[in-house]
Write a protein of this length. Structure first.
Length: 360
């Protein structure tokens, strides 16, 4: 079996992201030696694996390991769920030198990170993401938080993990659609940073989203490398980190319009196609690069168009988005593949013209 790949996320508190297969034995050693108690936060679907993690982390009974089962997906990213975890930590007398492990998809790692960031004003957290999206995005970069009735991710903290363990074996059991939706973020890394990802998809579009393949793993590594470099340079999203929003401005508006029944990756796929068309109409991106977007996304089976009549609603949602600054819309666009930049306050007629290019 090939050796795991270790990518260090630089910054004030650098940490390693380890990518490979069958890595669960690495979680214990990733915790500080002073840790006497661990809370493993996990969704119901990972109950059996969480039990086996409890066994491994207890180090022959020298550590107390508790499990907190929380609802899956966005249902778990609520302040009531965080309060439940705080209660468990309080009743078990967790101190500053104890730890949280977030074991699950992106919502679980976001929630576990938030619990760790807030308990006693911050205890260490090790993240063990189990979906493509969580491995390449949510678990890397220290964004933690919960949703509120007013919107997603409105409450949270920047709190870097102590380590991230990406065990690709967890992806074997994902449905092809789930894996593909997560892979959209890997494709994003290809457009904004790493042409090698695009070349690999172009070489084998039918088989690239196979978690057991070497090419899939290489794409995951490149996407994590990109995220590590970006968040290492701009932890608090004051500049460069904004490029990670490529395809997300319209993507979030589509998710909202679809009441979150669309997968995030599908919405981001349409959003990236839109951003490419916008880049072209703004006189920045070539026709060939736009065609490349369409070809790469459709070759994977990801959507590239959306309902024509939905534009006024989508525009209104984008204008409300927390990522617009001072009410001004900002889009990440491309000057070329792997050359992202910001388009600030574009004309509404330009935005609409780009939308007509992707409207079905
Ligand atoms: N998911 C975008 C970021 O981490 O900044």
């Amino acid at each position: 079996m090939s050796e795991p790949t270790v990518i260090t996320v630089p910054g004030d508190a650098p940490y390693d992201v380890t990518i490979g297969r069958d890595l669960l034995d690495r979680i214990g050693p990733a915790l500080a030696p002073t840790v006497k108690k661990v809370l493993v936060v996990h969704p119901p679907t990972l109950g059996a694996q969480a039990e086996s993690l409890r066994e491994r982390l207890s180090e022959g009974g020298t550590r107390e390991v508790l499990l907190a089962e929380i609802p899956d997906a966005e249902q778990g990213k609520r302040i009531e769920v965080a309060a439940f975890c705080w209660q468990v930590l309080g009743q078990a007398d967790f101190t500053r030198t104890d730890a949280v492990v977030g074991f699950g998809g992106g919502a679980v790692t976001d929630l576990a990170g938030f619990v760790a960031a807030t308990w006693l004003r911050g205890v260490q957290v090790v993240l063990v993401p189990t979906t493509v999206l969580a491995m390449v995005d949510a678990a890397v970069g220290g964004k933690t938080g919960v949703n509120t009735a007013e919107g997603k991710n409105l409450v949270g903290a920047f709190w870097p993990p102590r380590a991230v363990i990406c065990d690709l074996a967890f992806l074997d059991s994902l449905s092809p659609n789930e894996a593909l939706a997560g892979f959209a973020e890997v494709v994003k890394a290809g457009f904004i940073w790493s042409p090698e990802i695009l070349e690999r998809i172009e070489a084998e579009p039918g088989s690239i989203v196979d978690p057991a393949s070497a090419s899939f793993r290489r794409c995951m590594e490149l996407a994590v490398e990109m995220k590590a470099r970006v968040v290492g340079e701009d932890f608090r999203e004051a500049g460069l980190r904004e490029i990670l929003n490529y395809g997300h401005t319209l993507g979030h508006a589509i998710e909202h319009a679809e009441r979150y029944r669309w997968r995030h990756g599908a919405a981001v796929s349409v959003g990236m196609m839109y951003a490419a068309e916008l880049s072209r109409l703004a006189g920045r991106l070539s026709d060939d690069a736009v065609d490349r977007h369409r070809n790469v996304l459709t070759s994977l089976g990801l959507p590239v168009s959306y309902r024509g009549g939905a534009w006024p609603t989508l525009l209104a949602t984008m204008q409300r988005d927390k990522k617009s600054r001072g009410g001004m819309l900002r889009f990440i666009v491309l000057d070329d593949i792997a050359r992202p930049t910001v388009l600030q306050a574009p004309d509404e007629s330009l935005l609409f013209a780009a939308y007509q290019e992707i409207a079905d």
